[in-house]
Design a protein around this ligand. Structure first.
Ligand SMILES: [Zn+2]
Length: 357
């Protein structure tokens, strides 16, 4: 590799990964307005530690009756200043295995948004701007109906295909795939300690069932202490993250879903990276494959004097460049298969070179 290019690449990545704050949102799913001892303990812990928390609240039972408000102290905890209430559907049903919204018409989606939002806003006297789809299930009418109901933030999961809309902010939960391997609290701790990237966002989603015993509670408490004590960790709710100016458009969400050999190597899992960084790594990855596939042809071109042959080789090079770049960019083959094909493209020109030597 060219020495200057190598130095520039090193400088770029050391700039990208210099120590700075990762932005963290804790998201507790599935509380209702009805008292629950685990949810109550979580709220007390976050209030005591002064850590912001976004709650995905379910407004109604399956029969669309309001959950009963049976404990005023619990209501005050839910209404604390560092707690954001987000709408988690209307009834949180799983209709025909497609979640609450996966199979709904636009009209029914809008009705559920409207009713849920009205109920929660009346219960707490707060404006609700964040929507968290039950079972991560969305439908094509989501962007339009969210905008209609002033729901500006969507938090589903990291690998969901969600409809595009320019003005909605997408802050997906980022640890899902790591939670299965390491357990939620270990995954969160490792991601926060490792991540040093300035604009990375980490959304830690958890449920009451993630706190089954005293050891899990201790892990949560340790995690909150870590977040409070580390200068490089900034804590937000979804709303305050949006107000801080940290944007996450549909493009950023989709760019983070791109995978390649280089992104697996360079970009850490468990956080949402900036759009430009994902696109840069993805583009460099495609260029590397492209370059490997034409090394033989570059040598052949350098050794060829006939104008006609040079033109033919150049055209052939161009075709290979397009094929390899597109295959890598659109992830048509696995990284190893693509690497093998890139090497195979060198065989014919190398045979020519050996023959004419
Ligand atoms: Zn849920």
């Amino acid at each position: 590799m060219n020495k200057r290019f190598f130095i520039a690449l090193c400088a770029l990545f050391s700039f990208v990964f210099y120590a700075n704050a990762v932005k963290v949102v804790f998201r507790l799913d599935d509380p209702t307005i009805q008292f629950d001892s685990v949810h109550s303990h979580v709220l007390k812990l976050f209030i005591e530690k002064e850590v912001p928390l976004s709650i995905a609240l379910i407004p109604c039972t399956k029969a669309e009756n309001l959950y009963e408000l049976n404990d005023s102290i619990y209501w005050e905890l839910l209404n604390a200043s560092n707690i954001e209430i987000a709408l988690h559907g209307l009834t949180h049903e799983d209709i025909n295995g497609r979640g609450e919204f996966g199979g709904l018409s636009s009209e029914e989606t809008n009705r559920r948004f409207q009713k849920g939002k009205r109920i929660v806003e009346q219960s707490f006297g707060k404006t609700i701007n964040t929507f968290i789809p039950p079972f991560n299930a969305t439908n094509a009418s989501f962007p339009e109906n969210m905008m209609k109901n002033s729901l500006l933030i969507l938090s589903a999961d990291m690998f969901q295909h969600v409809p595009c809309e320019g003005n909605i902010q997408y802050y997906p939960e980022t640890l899902g795939h790591l939670m299965k391997q390491k357990g939620i609290w270990n995954a969160a701790r490792e991601s926060l300690i490792t991540c040093k990237e300035k604009h990375a966002i980490c959304v830690i989603m958890f449920h009451a069932y993630d706190l089954p015993d005293s050891s899990a509670w201790q892990q949560l408490e340790n995690l909150l202490d870590l977040c409070k004590n580390e200068d490089e960790i900034e804590l937000y709710t979804f709303c305050s993250l949006y107000l801080s100016g940290e944007r996450s458009s549909w493009l950023r969400y989709r760019a983070n879903q791109l995978t390649s050999g280089l992104s697996k190597l360079l970009l850490m899992k468990g956080v949402l990276h900036p759009t430009w960084l994902c696109l840069l790594v993805h583009t460099i990855n495609a260029l590397i494959y492209m370059l490997i596939s034409i090394i033989g042809l570059i040598f052949l071109l350098a050794r060829t004097s006939s104008t006609k042959s040079r033109r033919n080789i150049s055209v052939f090079m161009l075709i290979i460049c397009v094929i390899m770049f597109c295959s890598a960019w659109f992830h048509l083959l696995s990284p190893l298969k693509l690497l093998l094909i890139a090497f195979l493209f060198n065989i014919i020109p190398l045979l020519f070179l050996i023959k004419n030597h």
